[in-house]
Design a protein around this ligand. Structure first.
Ligand code: MG
Length: 299
């Protein structure tokens, strides 16, 4: 029996478009025969590496870790959370709408990110509060992510975490959960929106290039030590949870084999159809990293 037949037979939440079955089988066979030395990984952070829900409760995104805390206030004394929630309830349905054209979404996403960033910059936050909020947060890695990333690093397989969330939160969280990730600069890289601090730890600005849900295709990694480590690796496994995540590799040259794995949260038959077109393998409501790990182990 071939790899894909086996995968589908044993996992009812795994879906592959009928038209892609042969492609996915061939891609996985090539990843296996080319081996780990040719492979690198590109992963989104929020709800890809982290859990979307646990025991029926939706867990926070990197932005929500900071925004939802009642200690975070605006200059007039009001809670930042109230305004952040208003923004989210207006813009998030647009972000998740699988019928709306991405070109129509982009200006609205930029508007949302800029407003959300402006709220954070005007708040009473500072570097040490942000650190404390990450440590107190309910952010949680999917089951098996730590094992997956540790195995990547031990096999010297580079991993790029590419996020439209808050880079500072990702950095602190990964430093706490997977110290090997942070220590390994040549094999690990985070591209995200970073808050810049002054010498007293006050928030000054955000990194210049805004990353929102739908412009992950525009970013360059050429000036980093990480870039050297993927130069001769033509195979990639991409992991994401939104439709914009499939573009994370659009700026990379010379890729030969690409396997796109998508996590679909709150799946519906209509959303599944769209995800099956965008991704090679779709995992419905899966809070584990069992399937990516199963594929990695075969390589
Ligand atoms: Mg995500």
């Amino acid at each position: 029996m071939n790899f894909i037949e086996n995968l589908l037979k044993n996992n009812s939440h795994v879906h592959i478009h009928n038209d892609k079955l042969a492609y996915v089988e061939q891609t996985i066979r090539s990843l296996i025969s080319d081996g780990r030395k040719m492979l690198h990984i590109v992963a989104d952070f929020d709800y890809t590496l982290t859990m979307y829900e646990k025991d029926g409760v939706i867990l926070p995104s990197t932005f929500a870790v900071i925004e939802s805390n009642d200690g975070v206030k605006l200059p007039d004394g009001s809670l930042l959370r109230v305004q952040a929630d208003q923004l989210r309830s207006y813009y998030q349905p647009i972000e998740y709408d699988v019928c709306m054209n991405i070109d129509e979404k982009i200006p609205l996403m930029i508007e949302w990110w800029r407003k959300a960033q402006a709220l954070l910059l005007s708040s009473n936050l500072n570097q040490s509060i942000i650190r404390a909020l990450v440590y107190q947060s309910k952010l949680e890695l999917k089951n098996g992510v730590k094992k997956f990333i540790t195995e990547l690093l031990r096999s010297k397989i580079p991993i790029l975490v590419f996020s439209a969330g808050l880079g500072n939160v990702i950095e602190i969280f990964l430093e706490k959960e997977i110290p090997e990730f942070t220590l390994n600069h040549e094999l690990s890289q985070i591209i995200s929106n970073f808050i810049q601090y002054d010498t007293n730890g006050n928030l000054v600005a955000f990194s210049k290039k805004l990353i929102h849900s739908f412009n992950k295709n525009e970013h360059e990694i050429h000036d980093t030590p990480y870039f050297k480590s993927i130069l001769n690796r033509s195979n990639v496994i991409l992991l994401g949870d939104t439709l914009g995540d499939v573009d994370m590799i659009a700026g990379m040259k010379n890729l030969k084999r690409i396997l796109k794995i998508g996590f679909l949260n709150r799946s519906t038959p209509a959303k599944l159809e769209v995800y099956k077109s965008a991704y090679d393998i779709v995992l419905c409501d899966d809070q584990t990293f069992d399937i990516p790990h199963l594929i990695l182990k075969a390589i």
